[in-house]
Design a protein around this ligand. Structure first.
Ligand code: FRU
Length: 499
């Protein structure tokens, strides 16, 4: 069978634009029953170009409806990444209490100035919407934050800081983060900066996010700062690091245990796969259900413009629920796919304890469609050995992931996953994340959607997300033979279905 690009590569339940280029998620907000997703978009080509904000909406974060383009480039420049908030008290005066305005802040990137060799090419502009994000009016006094003579000065992320009762905004400035506050979303005061000599600095800092989170199981909270960086990710290219600390309304200071973790590890990452970048969280949600929800761009600047799709390029990760966990005095952010995915389960196959003594096919295409599936299991009796799980097809395409307990790392291996020719370094190396603590049990969750794998280990405290391009759909899910016997317990295979 000859597969069309749509059949083979268009994800079933990860957002992709109908046509054209997409990168970062932007302007995420929740309002009146809808989750809004805007995104860096160039509708006229499948590579990056003059940036627009595309728009899509969803009631459950899984099924998305594309809406008309929300923001177009104008005489002041391209519309780079940014955020949106619901101005419930109409502090901006753009709307009314009865119809609160949605206010977006984005970066203007001026290509004319750039061509002329100027440094101050990026500034921050705002726009507002009085019809739930469908159409927008740009503020006539833009920019609201001028460029202080920094080449990289972008990606404003606003939040209502309910602890200090202020609008807060973080911005990537060179390779540090600037913090700003405002009363009316129009005039912004620079409070402080963060990041010099802290964390990973292998590339420019981009797309920050900053928010408080309750520590799981307590009523204490800490502030979390996300910072995307390109290049310099743990497995090459783009990736997102995070920091945990305290915020007094003006200054962010790292938690002491987190500073120790940084000394040891240099940086902590929200995802150790190569395809989760520029991710940020939804605003205006905590009032609704208390969840912290995140989505990332499921690609990498190393090869995003070369992946083998023509009609559209890139998709988003599955939206994820964040929790902040404290273990042995150390903090970590943990991730799980949004619980709404459960509503799409059309069939569940459960297996009790399996003792693995030889290479074993756990499930194949006669039972399930492996191109849309959510699998969970627990491993036990793990020894000093290598545990490899693989999805494969009859062409010999295979995507592998697992745990190397000999050399102490989790991995994804896409070396033989199908089309890898479009970028030299797409699959030369496996992706790894080292672990230090030993274990003999491990919980695993893996979500597959045609061209993507998202693996959650240890209750989501270690995540790996990658894309791959098989030449026909995957047909079997199997596990290798170890040198020692081990067990797979509580295997749950959830077939997902979308119409
Ligand atoms: C991150 C990024 C942002 C910028 C946008 C431009 O991927 O480089 O810093 O605003 O993409 O499309």
């Amino acid at each position: 069978k000859k597969y069309t690009e749509e059949e083979l590569y268009r994800p079933n339940f990860h957002f992709t634009p109908k046509k054209g280029w997409m990168n970062d998620p932007n302007g995420l907000f929740y309002y009146n029953g809808y989750y809004h997703l805007f995104y860096q978009h160039y509708p006229d080509s499948n590579v990056w170009g003059p940036m627009h904000w595309g728009h899509a909406i969803s009631t459950d974060l899984v099924t998305w409806t594309e809406k008309p383009i929300a923001l177009y480039p104008d005489a002041k420049g391209y519309i780079f990444s940014g955020s949106a908030v619901v101005d419930l008290k109409n502090t901006s005066g753009f709307g009314s209490l009865k119809n609160p305005p949605i206010v977006a802040m984005f970066t203007y990137h001026d290509p004319v100035k750039e061509k002329a060799g100027a440094v101050d090419i990026q500034s921050q502009g705002i726009a507002y919407s009085l019809n739930e994000g469908l159409t927008w009016t740009k503020y006539e006094a833009n920019p609201v934050i001028k460029n202080p003579n920094l080449k990289d000065f972008r990606d404003p992320k606003m939040t209502w800081d309910n602890i200090h009762k202020q609008w807060l905004m973080v911005l990537a400035a060179g390779d540090s983060i600037f913090f700003y506050a405002s009363k009316d979303l129009k005039s912004w005061e620079l409070l402080s900066d963060f990041g010099k000599n802290i964390g990973a600095h292998g590339g420019v800092w981009e797309c920050p996010d900053f928010f408080p989170m309750l520590i799981d199981g307590s009523d204490e909270y800490k502030w979390v700062l996300l910072v995307s960086i390109n290049p310099g990710g743990p497995n090459g290219g783009s990736a997102t690091q995070y920091f945990i600390g305290d915020f007094d309304g003006k200054h962010f200071t790292l938690d002491t245990s987190f500073s120790q973790d940084l000394k040891e590890k240099k940086s902590l990452w929200i995802d150790y796969g190569r395809d989760n970048y520029a991710g940020v969280t939804w605003s205006n949600i905590s009032e609704v259900d208390g969840r912290k929800l995140f989505v990332g761009w499921m690609s990498n600047w190393n090869y995003a413009q070369k992946v083998p799709t023509q009609k559209w390029r890139s998709s988003m990760t599955l939206p994820r629920e964040l929790t902040l966990v404290k273990e042995d005095g150390h903090y970590k952010v943990a991730f799980q796919p949004v619980r709404e995915l459960q509503n799409y389960v059309s069939k569940t196959i459960k297996k009790e304890t399996l003792k693995i003594t030889k290479k074993t096919v756990l499930i194949d295409k006669s039972f399930v469609d492996l191109s849309k599936i959510d699998i969970r299991f627990n491993l036990s009796n793990l020894k000093n050995d290598v545990y490899t799980f693989s999805l494969s097809n009859s062409l010999g395409n295979t995507i592998e992931f697992g745990i190397n307990k000999k050399d102490k790392f989790f991995f994804i291996d896409r070396k033989k996953s199908g089309d890898i020719s479009f970028y030299d370094d797409f699959a030369k190396q496996i992706s790894k994340v080292a672990f230090t603590k030993d274990f003999d049990k491990m919980d695993v969750r893996v979500v597959i959607d045609k061209t993507s794998i998202e693996v959650f280990y240890d209750n989501g405290k270690t995540v790996m997300t990658e894309v791959f391009f098989p030449k026909k759909p995957m047909e079997t899910f199997s596990v290798n033979k170890g040198n020692f016997d081990y067990n797979i317990e509580n295997l749950i295979i959830n077939q997902l279905n979308f119409n």
